[in-house]
Design a protein around this ligand. Structure first.
Ligand code: NAD
Length: 272
């Protein structure tokens, strides 16, 4: 049975309009939170919000899912979004930096625009959203609406690519390794405010991104899945819900003594 650990809390999920991000939104919503679904993909974000608000129909806290169409690499837009959350809700309890661009290029093939593109979303974007979220979280705590030491937290989505080398993936993997450094350093800086910062690092999860990856390599999904799952302790792809469960744990009181950490949720991919 799903608990309701986030009743009355406000959660921002970047990239909530697809795949793992939508799974994370579903989990926090099911546990009672209001969820801000932030994405550049309007269609995906609105579909995710509509599905959640449908679930809410007829219930007391209806329309607990809202969308914001924001590119996380643009600071003016990010700052305005966090201002909007502060004015509307007066608090922010959890930030999940999940949005990412999948620019998969080797060092030989990557062009300057590939590096700029992938670094802008996957590193700078995580840093910028964190910066403005910390501002609102600090105000949340000052006003006393969140008093627990673990009341506010940031969870960054890393990857198995943060830890292991993979062919033709220099650009993406470099950003995912950077996410771990960003996580540790932000955790240290936020320690005095009682804001915990952690990373959840998925293994192969079946999403549109996986399908695009297979297509870009000229492989069928069957070939791709068999290649990935052949290299795992648990020979199967993971689901967005399994990643969402780990993210919800990191945001919860159960993880009150966890900060600056990274949790691999990869079916044993990186253990082999
Ligand atoms: N799918 C996997 O197998 C896998 C494995 C390891 C890690 N991850 C990580 O999980 C996270 C989610 O992956 P996914 O598979 O669900 O990806 P996805 O491509 O299915 O969804 C990503 C979402 O982020 C949005 N987005 C991208 N750039 C953005 C930006 N600059 N501003 C706002 N929104 C933006 C996209 O529009 C999309 O809706 C990523 O951080 C990814 O690195 C995924």
């Amino acid at each position: 049975m799903v608990q309701r650990r986030f009743e009355g809390k406000v959660v921002l999920v970047t990239g909530g309009g697809a795949g793992i991000g939508t799974g994370i939104c579903e989990r926090f919503h099911a546990e009672g939170a209001k969820v801000w679904i932030v994405d550049t993909n309007r269609e995906g974000a609105e579909a995710a919000a509509a599905a959640l608000n449908q679930v809410d129909n007829g219930k007391e806290h209806a329309r607990r899912a809202v969308t914001a169409i924001v590119d996380i690499s643009q600071e003016t837009a990010v700052s305005a979004l966090l201002d909007q959350i502060e004015v509307t809700d007066g608090r922010l309890d959890v930030l999940v930096n999940n949005a990412a661009r999948f620019v998969l290029k080797s060092a030989e093939m990557a062009e300057e625009r590939d590096w700029d593109n992938v670094m802008a979303s996957n590193v700078k974007g995580y840093g910028l959203v964190s910066k403005h979220a910390i501002r609102v979280m600090k105000a949340t705590k000052t006003r006393g609406s969140s008093t627990e030491a673990s009341g506010c937290s940031i969870i960054n989505l890393g990857s198995i690519s943060s830890f292991v080398g993979q062919p033709g993936m220099c650009t993406y993997s470099a950003t995912k390794a950077a996410v771990l450094a960003l996580t540790r350093c932000t955790a240290i800086d936020c320690g005095p405010y009682g804001i915990r910062v952690n990373a959840v690092c998925p293994g192969p999860i079946l999403t549109e991104a996986t399908k695009r990856h297979a297509a870009s390599q000229g492989k069928s999904m069957e070939e791709m899945v068999s290649e990935l799952t052949g290299h795992m302790i648990q020979h199967r792809m993971g689901t967005p819900a399994e990643i969402a469960a780990a993210v919800a744990f990191m945001a919860s009181e159960d993880a009150s003594f966890v900060s600056g950490a990274s949790l691999l949720v990869d079916g044993g991919y990186s253990a082999l």
